[in-house]
Design a protein around this ligand. Structure first.
Ligand SMILES: [Zn+2]
Length: 188
């Protein structure tokens, strides 16, 4: 969002809400040598302060292929200890077996829905030291990773809901959209 372009890491982390076009855009790759420290710090701070277990860069207004996630901290109460930073993540294998889980999203507050996704994936990504890693993930980890990777191409979990489930949340979507517009208007 343009009004925050020249600020450093904000005291109050921001989150881009449904209704903002940024969430529907395609992200670009992080280049070698590109400094993304500020983005990473802000992404982690935002994820933790909003009580999330994953966040994609567009959710703080950065159209970059970066995700962060931490499936442990809500139980362990320890922030940053088990955080995963994935730069330019790419799914290279996806199991045919799919499982349902309930998903929500920090950009769609108050909404959740049952989504089917692969149970197992093989992923290629760069870690925080820009080393290329290939790793397999299962179950809840896959869930968070695929949800966040969707964000990098402008997809949201609501796009994957069944028609019936989606029709049931239309009113809530309109409300989030309107609150997003109000927010934008106040910050000009
Ligand atoms: Zn999300």
């Amino acid at each position: 969002m343009s009004n925050e372009e020249n600020s450093d890491i904000p005291d109050v982390p921001r989150i881009v809400l449904y209704g903002n076009d940024i969430l529907r855009k395609e992200c670009s790759s992080v280049d070698e040598g590109e400094n993304i420290d500020k983005i990473l710090i802000e992404m982690m701070a935002t994820m933790y302060s909003f009580g999330g277990i994953g966040l994609a860069a567009p959710q703080i207004g950065e159209l970059k292929n970066i995700i962060v996630w931490d499936n442990e901290w809500i139980k362990s109460k320890k922030k940053y200890e088990s955080v995963n930073i994935m730069i330019n993540p790419k799914v290279i294998e996806l199991s045919d077996e799919e499982i349902p889980m309930i998903e929500g999203c920090l950009s769609l507050p108050g909404l959740e829905g049952v989504i089917y996704r692969a149970r197992k994936i093989k992923l290629e990504y760069e870690n925080v030291n820009k080393e290329i890693k290939t790793e397999e993930f299962l179950d809840v980890d896959v869930r968070v990773i695929l949800h966040e990777i969707d964000h990098l191409s402008g997809k949201l979990f609501i796009d994957r809901l069944s028609e019936k489930d989606r029709s049931e949340i239309v009113n809530q979507l309109v409300m989030i959209r309107q609150s997003q517009k109000k927010k934008q208007a106040l910050s000009i």
